[in-house]
Design a protein around this ligand. Structure first.
Ligand code: ATP
Length: 254
């Protein structure tokens, strides 16, 4: 059984077919690239998996559990973490606080427990800080934890966002254009980071990216979308030589 199974999902917005019959099976430790021109439906796939939108038809199954109709917070708790196309960093908070705000305490506090620092609350807060430090370490930003994010490069802001996505201790990580705005050196660092966390934590990673060099170099399988349809699925080599892909997408890049 695959860790994540997306079975024939479709999503329309009025007359627009944003996703038409999209399927994918991802095993733990695999990286799946999703590419395609603007408006091909890539982000809508992520929004449907993570519960921002409900699929019109089809289903999303995580570790054998159907999560298609669950609310976003439950999907996150079950192990789907994501980053967004636009960087979402809170400027008034430190780097560590930016990561910590994604912490989901396991203990329920009463109103009283929320106001008074009870031992249970202390314990949870400590666990949250430990997790935030662990994931800042993983992305190589531990030494900057007390800094404010406004002076960080895009590359480092992306790392903070990845650390924040890891706070839900995901099984599946959805990365939406993580290389947007990065310098070539930052793209190389990001590529190494994605590879490393995929091996270290055994996540299934779904990666939407316009930087084809990045996608081609790290994806086990690449799904090529065009106007909501999947026009090819294969290895980097296979999709690069696929005529429909060359015409619809790669051709437009040359
Ligand atoms: P990009 O590479 O530019 O981010 P994309 O492949 O991620 O594009 P989507 O953002 O998924 O594409 O959009 C797919 C189609 O669905 C587009 O035509 C878009 O305008 C439409 N769409 C997406 N979200 C909505 C919405 N909430 N309401 C109406 N139309 C939408």
């Amino acid at each position: 059984m695959a860790l994540l199974e997306i079975r024939h999902i479709s999503k329309n917005f009025g007359g627009i077919k944003a996703i038409a019959d999209f399927s994918l099976e991802a095993e733990a430790g695999q990286i799946h690239g999703i590419i395609g021109p603007n408006g091909a439906g890539k982000t809508t796939i992520f929004n449907t998996i993570s519960g921002v939108y409900q699929a019109d038809s089809g289903s999303v199954v995580l570790s054998g559990e159907d999560i298609t109709r669950l609310p976003q917070y439950k999907i996150t708790r079950l192990g789907i973490g994501r980053t967004f196309q636009n960087i979402r960093i809170f400027r008034g908070l430190t780097i560590e606080e930016n990561v910590l705000c994604a912490f989901d305490p396991q203990s329920k506090y009463s109103v009283f427990g929320g106001l008074i620092p009870t031992p249970k609350r202390f314990k949870e807060e400590k666990r949250g800080r430990e997790l935030a430090r662990k994931y800042l370490e993983v992305v190589g930003m531990a030494d900057k934890k007390d800094e404010r994010p406004e002076n960080l490069s895009y590359g480092n802001q992306r790392k903070v966002e990845i650390a924040r996505a890891l706070m839900c201790e995901p099984k599946v990580l959805l990365l939406d254009e993580p290389a947007a705005g990065l310098t070539p050196t930052e793209v190389m660092e990001l590529t190494d980071l994605i590879k490393r966390i995929s091996v270290e934590f055994g996540f299934a990673i779904l990666l939407i990216e316009h930087r084809l060099d990045l996608v081609m170099s790290i994806s086990d399988l690449i799904h090529v979308q065009n106007f909501g349809e999947t026009i090819a699925v294969g290895t980097a080599d296979e999709v690069q030589h696929n005529q429909a892909v060359i015409e619809a997408y790669l051709g437009a890049e040359q």
